[in-house]
Design a protein. Sequence first.
Length: 209
Amino acid sequence: MNTMGHPSLHSVSGANPLSYSQNKAIPRKVYNKNYPMREPTGFYCSSCGEWHDELPLNYGADLPDIFYDIPEEERDQRIEANDDFCIVDDQHYFVRGNIEIPIKDTGQTFGWGVWVSLSEKNFNRSTELLDTEGRESEPPYFGWLSTSLPYPESTLNLKTLVHTQPVGTRPLVELEPTSHPLSLEQRRGITMQRVQEIAEHILHGQNPE
Ligand SMILES: [Zn+2]
């Protein structure tokens, strides 16, 4: 248990286990709608054939994937976390940020809420700057993506840059420009049809491609 320097963190032993076990389609990972819908529109689902009332534009993971690999009875001792920061075994440091993807022809943005692993130095810096006005002038931090997203190729340990945002806003996570489909989507944007495919995958647990 980390006992120094991070008073804002608390043990996750009190975390509601339902928050990551409710969706049996994706038992080990968490996709929550972070924000209210921007448009009151649903869609006919090509997976189940039913009408779904919402087409979410944002999903987020409550904790980095490593959390789910640690036996439940060890989590209290090994993990400290809150909504934005997580430390595992006093040596793995994670911050929560957003991968934003433009939705073509809509002016809207799709968002993945993800966790990124930072160096201890940059992690400490980001916690120090939590309430510091002007912190968005901070140079970007290197980070390893630490959340699995539903893409045909794993998204774990993709290289990113973590861009600090103004106080009150989570950092923006920029993928290294590679041929990984997530990186391509971030650079090129996605269609609303693709947003629907993602929703169907998360609702029903089918492969997105
Ligand atoms: Zn459906």
